[in-house]
Design a protein around this ligand. Sequence first.
Ligand SMILES: Nc1ncnc2c1ncn2[C@@H]1O[C@H](COP(=O)(O)OP(=O)(O)O)[C@@H](O)[C@H]1O
Ligand SMILES: [Mg+2]
Length: 228
Amino acid sequence: MPHAYFVTGTDTEVGKTTIAAALLHAARRAGLSTAAAKPVASGCILTSEGVRNDDALALLGQCSLALRYEEVNPLAFAPAIAPHLAAREAGVVLDVACLQAAVGAVLARRADFTLVEGAGGWRVPLSGQQTLSDLPVALDLPVILVVGVRLGCINHAVLTAEAIARDGLRLAGWVANVVDPQTSRLDDNLATLAERLAAPCLGRVPRLAQATPALVADYLDLNALLAS
Ligand SMILES: Nc1ncnc2c1ncn2[C@@H]1O[C@H](COP(=O)(O)OP(=O)(O)O)[C@@H](O)[C@H]1O
Ligand SMILES: [Mg+2]
């Protein structure tokens, strides 16, 4: 039975890509086939092969299935701004049905373990009244929440978990990514998160000098996720 999850975070730059790439790495190490999608990316560079985004490339690097870049990242916008604004400037309508079709095609490849990385946090706008959270809802994907641990993260984490539950999705696990190692009362903050998030903690990742997928994977418990 293939496992597929949507990866969201308490904010942008909290470690969604870092944790997703590490989970994919852990899955490969466990002998599972892997696939990934980053359906919408803003902040891309133009290469001779087309527009490329760092997140999508990092995820693609951990896919055991041979996926083309465009399959992993169908919508890529150059400016590093909110996706709905980047799309508007590019004259593209960000529509959840299009994203659902693109990600659905990756899921149809039926890798043992597939991750779909969002953009920013849970309620990032697409177009009109649509938000990126409509995508995991349409695909009925369980959610992994990456908490960027710093002062203020408990509120962001709890609000995000509430929104996920209200949207009818299951929080399959969360990761404490200690982006600010100076966070006061770190252990107490993590204990509070554990009390208030109704899902297994998949790991506590320290601030590493090199946050490579292989090194970060050592701090993650894939089995806690697959068993949940
Ligand atoms: N545990 C960590 N230790 C060191 N650097 C990290 C860690 N987690 C994330 N980073 C770095 O922080 C930045 C943002 O992380 P990223 O995974 O791109 O976040 P997001 O996908 O949520 O925007 C990147 O430069 C990444 O390498
Ligand atoms: Mg990212």
